[in-house]
Design a protein around this ligand. Structure first.
Ligand SMILES: *Cc1c(COP(=O)(O)O)cnc(C)c1O
Length: 396
């Protein structure tokens, strides 16, 4: 079906197709200092869909650390890390982060996306085999694609399936790696890390974990691996979620750090993160370390929301984290529910394919430590009103 079409007409057609499928995204722009309340257009809204689990993104001590870092070190790094962009603040942050996750070394990246793409494409390549959970984050999937290793996808959290794939395909690769999110971002469930560690050991594979949503939250803030007593070979942590900042790190042995520093292209060929962000990492680690009350508050809110929404008849996935997925199914119905909540002053973004599998569009509700009981009450009342107005939305 070859037909000439102008560049702009082609863009137009693709956007119209997304619109027709209910998949066009048009997020509101929030205003305001904290990530908990904001203004969307003319409306004051309470935000219930951030990853700012501990409420640190707007924390005065973290804001002060970032400001202090900028005043001391300037606004930008000026170059990539391997040219002149490495600042003592980067090295200090890497040491703090490695110590926090109890591994020997860490390397900072500009984002979790860059960390996964850079690390995975360095660690495995053509002739190697990788085993990846079906619901791994897009950046893990993209990193493995870019690596050109042979990738075997196992069903979500299905360690028996993984064991069978390892049995069949591990011998065909030189290097082998098992990659998984620890706390899955859209479902809020956990990988069985002890079993994965055992399988990795038995099959001479490396265990690569992405702790983006668990770091700061589980294992007293040190992550799901710490919680499970499992030592991964490679641990990716992000700083933009519970740490309230931006950026990411890869932690593991000193050898791992050295190889990534030399070969990970998203690290080598990218301007270093601002030293001010690196300088603020120490404050973030201290806040996370002292964050037991915040963690308890966030989980208490989540338990309440989960229980009440379920009582009200919504289809809510199980879990023990701050992530409360409310499955609606149809993308258009999901967005209608999201809009209706926004009209009542509660912002819960709808999550649609390709972020989640078709047919499982959802409202991913995230109460954080920064929310008050009254705000959670208000959210639950808004959900109840929505259900009264549209009795079929999200019905079991
Ligand atoms: C958010 C996320 C990333 C990407 O991290 P950014 O710093 O936002 O680029 C990577 N992996 C997982 C599992 C995530 O949830």
């Amino acid at each position: 079906m070859l037909r000439p079409m102008s560049f702009e007409d082609d863009l137009d057609e693709r956007l119209r197709e997304l619109t027709a499928r209910g998949l066009l995204r048009d997020p509101p722009a929030l205003d305001g200092a904290a990530r908990r309340e904001g203004r969307a257009g003319e409306r004051d809204v309470v935000v219930f869909c951030s990853n700012d689990y501990l409420g640190l993104a707007g924390h005065p001590m973290l804001v002060a650390a970032l400001r202090g870092g900028a005043e001391a070190h300037g606004a930008g790094a000026g170059a990539s890390r391997l040219i002149s962009g490495t600042h003592v603040a980067h090295r200090a942050a890497e040491q703090d982060l490695a110590a926090w996750v109890e591994l020997p070394a860490a390397l900072l990246f500009s984002s979790g996306y860059a960390a996964n793409v850079g690390a995975l494409s360095t660690l495995v390549g053509p002739g190697d085999v990788a085993f990846s959970d079906r619901l791994n984050h897009a950046s893990v999937i993209d990193g493995l694609r870019l690596s050109r290793a042979t990738v075997h996808v196992y069903e979500h959290r299905d360690t028996a399936h993984l064991a069978a794939l390892l049995e069949a395909h591990r011998p065909l690769g030189k290097r082998a790696l098992i990659a998984t999110d620890t706390l899955f971002s859209m479902d809020g469930d956990l990988a069985d890390l002890s079993v994965l560690r055992g399988l990795a050991d038995r099959h001479d594979a490396a265990l690569y974990v992405d702790e983006a949503h668990a770091l700061g939250v589980l294992g007293a803030g040190r992550g799901a691996c710490h919680d499970a007593g499992v030592r991964p070979d490679v641990l990716v942590g992000t700083l933009g979620k519970a740490f309230g900042l931006s950026g990411a790190f890869v932690a593991g042995s000193a050898r791992l750090r050295a190889l990534l520093e030399n070969r990970a292209r998203s690290y080598v060929f990218s301007t270093a993160p601002p030293p001010a962000i690196a300088a603020a990492v120490r404050a973030a680690v201290a806040l996370v370390a002292g964050g037991a009350d915040a963690r308890a508050r966030a989980l208490r809110h989540a338990d309440r929301v989960r229980a009440q929404l379920r009582r009200d008849g919504w289809q809510v996935l199980d879990g023990r984290s701050s992530i409360v997925p409310v499955i609606v199914g149809d993308p258009a119905a999901t967005m209608a529910a999201s809009r209706a909540l926004l009209e009542r002053g509660y912002f819960v973004q709808g999550i649609r394919p390709p972020t989640v599998p078709p047919g499982t569009s959802r409202l991913r509700v995230v109460p954080t430590a920064a929310h008050t009981d009254a705000q959670v009450d208000g959210l639950l009342a808004a959900f109840a009103a929505l259900r009264a107005a549209r009795p079929l939305a999200g019905a079991r």
